[in-house]
Design a protein around this ligand. Structure first.
Ligand SMILES: Cc1cc2nc3c(=O)[nH]c(=O)nc-3n(C[C@H](O)[C@H](O)[C@H](O)COP(=O)(O)OP(=O)(O)OC[C@H]3O[C@@H](n4cnc5c(N)ncnc54)[C@H](O)[C@@H]3O)c2cc1C
Length: 327
């Protein structure tokens, strides 16, 4: 049974849907990407087949170098490791669409998850099967027994919290080192830009639907509220005007808070004291690639008691989790 209130601004509904095999200014390989990527591709193919849709597509990233230093950093990484990087055969070919002065590199094996269509289609499937209760979950109605969980009239063996940023206030897990991170993006119409690629130059322009593009994002560790800021909009519009040659229109401004963690690793597994209370959270900036793999591990753990990767298993916090329920 899935309990989920309809939250139009959840992190998943705000995300661009990118799976990128390299990360950061130094373009290093994303954590565990060689294991995560094949697993995620297979999982999205299976989900797509069940829903009768294609929910993932390859999208090469065109990484325009914002400075000569960034160009050098890319070339250095390219010399060290060419698994996911490529140099273009003709550096001027994007000049009809963009202003750029320091060339570009290409990032291969990038994928785009079609979250806009996938999330409602999956929700509908849960509803059609009668396994979605669309309401706000309140912990006051939850009774956790030794062998049974009850919530209102639902009886279950286990409960697993996948509550995103709300998890930082979950009484069983709030002592975990969450590090919420606010992110903003604009939805922009750019009529003549090909939707065949992801474009990056500090910010990213990502195909959203038809002639619309997702443009973002910000990463704020300190913030007062989860509202859109005029500063982000102004800064992003200015960056777009200096970069994109086509006219564009801003249609929407999205904002959400990423359920990120201090050590940038997910929180997966069961509570050491309340053994039938589980957690699937902390996907941070990379839910699209991390979630399929670790959901697979959690399911296998439930079915066959197989191990969860130590880097992700909340066992690593057994001491603080035990203390927080016994003190
Ligand atoms: C601007 C931005 C861009 C991003 N881009 C990318 C990207 O390109 N690629 C990528 O991999 N990741 C990206 N992310 C990160 C990604 O969004 C997250 O990793 C992922 O969505 C986390 O999923 P989640 O299910 O844990 O949380 P959420 O998507 O927030 O889902 C939590 C759910 O729990 C429900 N819930 C919580 N409390 C209750 C309650 N009491 N009762 C009922 N329901 C409840 C909410 O309604 C919600 O549906 C981005 C995030 C942001 C903000």
């Amino acid at each position: 049974m899935v309990l989920d209130e309809f939250n139009p601004v959840s992190a998943s509904k705000t995300a661009a849907g990118i799976i990128n095999p390299v990360t950061g200014r130094r373009i290093v390989k994303t954590w565990m990407i060689d294991e995560l990527l094949p697993f995620a591709l297979n999982a999205y193919d299976e989900i797509g087949a069940e829903l009768g849709m294609d929910c993932i597509a390859p999208k090469k990233t065109i990484d325009f170098f914002p400075t000569p230093q960034m160009r050098l950093a890319f070339l250095k990484r390219f010399e060290e490791d060419q698994q996911y990087l490529q140099l273009p055969s003709e550096e001027n070919d994007w000049l009809p669409y963009f202003h750029y002065h320091f060339g570009y590199g290409e990032i291969l094996s990038c994928w785009l998850v079609d979250l806009i269509n996938l999330l409602p289609a999956f929700r509908k499937r849960l509803m059609d099967r009668g396994v979605l209760l669309e309401e706000k979950f309140s912990i006051d109605h939850l009774v956790v027994g030794e062998t049974e969980i009850t919530y209102k009239n639902i009886r279950a063996q286990k409960i697993i919290f996948c509550d995103g940023i709300a998890g930082a206030h979950n009484p069983w897990f709030q002592s975990l080192p969450y590090a919420p991170n606010k992110g903003e993006a604009l939805i922009v119409e750019i009529k003549d830009l090909p939707s065949s690629h992801i474009y990056k130059k500090g910010i990213s322009i990502v195909p959203w639907k038809e002639t619309l593009f997702w443009v973002g994002s910000s990463y704020e560790w300190e913030f007062r509220d989860d509202l859109p800021t005029p500063e982000f909009r102004t800064k992003t519009e200015l960056a777009l005007r200096e970069w994109v040659k086509q006219p564009f229109t801003v249609l929407d401004h999205l904002v959400s808070v990423r359920p990120a963690t201090l050590e940038r690793r997910p929180f997966v597994g069961f509570h050491p004291v309340k053994k039938n209370v589980g957690l699937f959270n902390g996907m941070g900036t990379k839910g699209c690639s991390l979630a399929p793999y670790f959901a697979g591990q959690l399911a296998a753990n439930l079915a066959h008691q197989s191990a969860i990767s130590p880097d992700a298993d909340i066992k690593r916090f057994n001491n603080i989790l035990t203390r927080s329920v016994t003190s």
